[in-house]
Ligand binder design. Structure first.
Ligand SMILES: [Zn+2]
Ligand SMILES: [Zn+2]
Length: 368
């Protein structure tokens, strides 16, 4: 089969920036050395551009996981231009298709089924899905966002200003334009490119699937370190409107922290969270599925399967009852009607749920 034509602009851009970062940056480092202030600017701009993609392009514009103040959106638009990953409008359009048709080689723009190279960068090197371009039907809502449209219209100029103008200006202020251009401009661009590209490639290949196995997305705490918290991609693909990707406090998700931090000042609001009982139920269902799969080959499997199913149903009903009671208590508190009875009911439901979960875990362990 004949391969689609190359997209020369992208190819040359990726090749030149990568080669430049591999050759020019070490050359400058050896022959001249870099200052701490230059490294700090590298880190600062890496976070500014990376977080503009994850918090802005991804969670805000693609998924509407929260609302944000125009000042924040303006900064995300600039940071997105700095990350050099096309306009927010184009990016969000691609990304919404990715979620809708995940792993479908004909429709998903960066389908993980096509392998690491394709989902990482290959999809941008050829006109694989030419019919998709310039059709922004699935981002009509974003076309009403003046900041998104302003960035889309002036994208090339903004990208140049942010990637060349800004590092040059910072370098001039610091007394060494070339070093700053190489470190905070070039190296930063390449590193952030590949770190964010990992979300489409590695986050669909490497890791666990605690919430769903209906698509290739994976949860991976190590990958979260390189992707501004987007390594919890299995969770993300099932609860895509949640402003968090790492749901536990110990999960490294700086994107989530930024969104929450800004909300303390009223700069972001309406942060969407998936109901905890739905998250727990999804996890439970995957555990049941895994256990069923494990025992399927055993001689007395029917008996174990029956027990598994019964314990699962029991745990799920306890789970729902516990969260129902919690919700009732919360509601009552809002109307200042909470009483001892409601409180003790929640405590009792929680104890029952935990006892049943302990039993469930023992059963899982005995199967393993
Ligand atoms: Zn994905
Ligand atoms: Zn997404």
């Amino acid at each position: 089969m004949k391969k689609p034509p190359l997209i020369w602009t992208n190819l040359i851009l990726f090749l030149l920036t990568f080669a430049g970062a591999c050759i020019l940056v070490p050359w400058r480092g050896i022959s001249h050395g870099f200052e701490l202030s230059e490294w700090l600017t590298f880190v600062l701009l890496a976070f500014a551009s990376g977080l503009s993609i994850t918090a802005g392009y991804h969670r805000l514009w693609s998924h509407k996981a929260y609302k944000s103040h125009p000042a924040v959106r303006f900064l995300f638009a600039l940071g997105g231009a700095l990350a050099l990953q096309n306009s927010a409008l184009h990016w969000a359009s691609d990304h919404r298709i990715h979620h809708k048709h995940v792993d479908d080689n004909d429709k998903d723009p960066y389908s993980a089924n096509m392998g690491f190279w394709y989902s990482h960068i290959g999809w941008m090197l050829r006109e694989y899905q030419a019919q998709r371009y310039h059709d922004y039907n699935n981002v009509r809502d974003l076309q009403n966002d003046t900041i998104v449209m302003w960035q889309h219209k002036h994208y090339l100029l903004l990208a140049l200003l942010m990637n060349v103008g800004l590092p040059a200006l910072l370098g001039w202020l610091n007394g060494d334009i070339l070093s700053m251009l190489l470190l905070a401009g070039l190296l930063r661009l390449v590193v952030v490119h590949h770190c964010t590209f990992f979300i489409n490639s590695l986050a669909h290949i490497w890791g666990k699937q605690p919430y769903t196995d209906r698509n290739s997305a994976r949860d991976n705490g190590v990958l979260a370190l390189f992707t501004y918290g987007e390594g919890y991609h299995n969770f993300h693909h099932i609860f895509e409107n949640d402003y968090r990707n790492g749901i536990h406090w110990w999960h490294y998700d700086p994107t989530k922290w930024l969104i929450r931090f800004l909300s303390w000042f009223g700069l972001t609001k309406d942060l969407r969270k998936s109901p905890q009982e739905r998250i727990e139920a999804a996890k439970l269902q995957m555990q049941l599925k895994r256990a069923q799969h494990k025992v399927a080959h055993l001689p007395n499997c029917e008996e174990i399967l029956e027990k598994l199913q019964a314990e699962y149903e029991e745990l799920k009903s306890h789970l729902l009852a516990y969260f129902e009671a919690k919700k009732a208590l919360l509601e009552a508190r809002k109307q200042q009607l909470a009483d001892k009875h409601l409180l003790s009911q929640v405590t009792e439901m929680r104890l029952r749920f935990r006892a049943q979960r302990k039993q469930w875990r023992q059963l899982q362990a005995s199967i393993a």
